[in-house]
Design a protein around this ligand. Sequence first.
Ligand code: NAD
Length: 285
Amino acid sequence: MSTIQRVSVIGAGTMGAGIAQVLAHSGCAVKLIDIKEDLVKKGIAGIGASLDRMVKKELISAEQKQETLGRVRAETRLEGVIGSEMVIEAINENLDLKTRVWKEAAVHAGETAILATNTSSISITTLAATIPGPKRFIGMHFMNPVPVMKLVEVIRGLETDDATTTTTMELCRGLGKTPVEVNDYPGFVSNRILMPMINEAVYCVMEGVAAKEAIDEVMKLGMAHPMGPLALADLIGLDVCLSIMEVLHRDLGDSKYRPCPLLRKMVSAGRLGKKSGRGFYEYAS
Ligand code: NAD
């Protein structure tokens, strides 16, 4: 049983809402913070819809749904983190933005709170160096969709201490997840391996190696992947995929991580995948 009971989640998008949901479902009091009220409301509506699906599948009762929603409080200011034992940040994958938010949130959170980022690729050590008390800073990389996926990649920065790691691993287990501890290198383990595969699939589309459906089918049927790399890219968000490839390319300095020009073009056009209604595939709203 985790000792953590009060958690703030910064960012109410795809990941932040999912993280808030699993925390609230496990009994934690959650403050969900975004820059505008309508964004937090959208996040909470998403949690409601996800819980409705669980009720329909008889995984939880209607009463449990209401109890879970009742544990999530909407906030629009970073001061909202005051009083939380842990702060989990899930804002956009951008180093400058994350640095700015952490500088402010770490001060409000106080010295004893554990500070965790859900970054997919940004250096934990670099982010930790910008805040007071880097030993309590850690990477907590949930997978998408958070309520469904078992893995949390727990990433130790250079300064992260054992107590922070142990408490974070315990919290993950309390959420019904399986934490796996890794060290801080660009992309960690998950995206160091996954993103170059997705990027290569986009090159296959660009070069006309096969139709997008065919590429996904090869990887599903031939490699026993539950979904194809292009459908997965749409689910993750093409902007997120591009940001991660840029981090791998810049920080590892190897041309094999060069983001595919077609990926860049699609992001420039606003074809971000499922969240924008169109990526490699089209989605009804
Ligand atoms: P998203 O675009 O869906 O949501 C980001 C949210 O952060 C938005 O609602 C935005 O308004 C909010 N935000 C931006 N600045 C803020 C601020 N100053 N204060 C409060 N909120 C702010 O992004 P996402 O897909 O949820 O990704 C969030 C993080 O999780 C990223 O670091 C990403 O790399 C990581 N991640 C994403 C996935 C995925 O599949 N999408 C998987 C694992 C990890």
